[in-house]
Design a protein around this ligand. Structure first.
Ligand code: NCD
Length: 305
């Protein structure tokens, strides 16, 4: 049995196969409409979510399966003090696959050690978010056609943003990609990731402080929200939250075929006036999330069509 805990749990070949399957699902939706008949997905969300939980549930429904679960720890026996391990042992008796989001780094990994069914990490603290990475990779492939030969700017909260952590780990295994890290000093990418992802693998990267200096050279811009819930004090959040705001004016110096991605939810970091620009891919990206999750559920349940 296989779990998905970290974005590097899948080899590049496995990721490419998942992308191919997601593209086939997009082309031939009807073919898959009963693929998971009689199967159940449990969503155990100990932290807020809109896209991830609902796209997992929509994915299972579109495969003809059923869903159960909770969307807040307060709604479950967690509020009585039950451990993640016990909850998963029990839910594993009711469901065939479990998607779990948890504020503590490593909780889905712990769950995978005792679970009788596959565990999918739907985000653990500031650590990893592998299904968002699959969503991002499918979006890059659909928008740009190939997984190489581009410069990507990652902008915003690179310290706490788990989507960025997951994405760069997965992307670093593809060749000929250039990285520009755009963050204020307080929200720089953690040193362990700079070492593991770039330095140890000999991959060049740049760090800059402003969006203006980065934007002209980018093919892809991955914007992120400042992660308020991971700050130790509100004053720091308030000071940093509007460091970067992408608007029409800043886009004047961008390439005509730039792709703007954002895992969402957005707060202020992309002005709504950008939404109508054809370079804004973030709502298409959210749609891709459902299709990669359909592909992932099929793979983990060993369903072939
Ligand atoms: C992200 C997350 O939960 O890490 N949201 C998502 O799953 N699309 C990004 C965020 O919350 O900023």
């Amino acid at each position: 049995m296989k779990h998905l805990i970290d974005s590097t749990d899948l080899s590049v070949q496995e990721i490419d196969e998942l992308m191919d399957l997601a593209l086939d699902i997009i082309e031939h939706k009807d073919k898959y409409s009963e693929a998971c008949k009689g199967k159940k997905l449990a969503t155990l969300f100990y932290e807020p979510s809109t896209r991830t939980r609902l796209s997992f549930e929509a994915a299972m429904m579109e495969l003809g399966g059923n869903v159960l679960g909770f969307s807040s720890a307060d709604d479950s026996s967690v509020s009585k003090g039950e451990s993640v391990a016990d909850t998963v042992r029990v839910v594993g008796c009711y469901a065939d696959v479990i998607a779990m989001r948890h504020p503590k780094e490593g909780a889905p990994m712990r769950a995978s050690m005792v679970s009788p069914v596959p565990i999918i990490n739907a985000g653990d603290g500031g650590h990893n978010h592998p299904t968002q990475t699959l969503t991002d990779l499918l979006t890059i492939r659909r928008e740009r056609g190939a997984m190489k030969g581009f410069t990507i700017g990652l902008c915003g909260d690179l310290k706490f943003g788990r989507t960025v952590h997951s994405l760069i780990k997965a992307l670093s295994r593809y060749e000929d990609i250039h990285y520009v890290l755009i963050a204020p000093n307080e929200l720089r990418l953690p040193a362990y990731l700079i070492k593991e992802v770039f330095e140890d693998q000999g991959i060049p990267y740049e760090e800059v402080l402003t969006l203006e200096e980065a934007i002209p050279k980018l093919d892809l811009l991955y914007m992120t929200r400042v992660q308020r819930e991971r700050f130790f004090n509100e004053a720091d959040y308030v000071r940093l939250k509007d460091t970067y705001i992408l608007d029409k004016k800043k886009l004047k110096s961008a390439k005509p075929d730039l792709s703007i991605l954002h895992p969402l939810p957005r707060v202020n970091e992309i002005s709504p006036e950008v939404d109508e620009d054809p370079r804004a891919c973030y709502f298409r990206q959210a749609m891709n999330g459902k299709y990669v999750r359909m592909a992932l559920i099929l793979k983990l349940l060993g369903v072939t069509i």
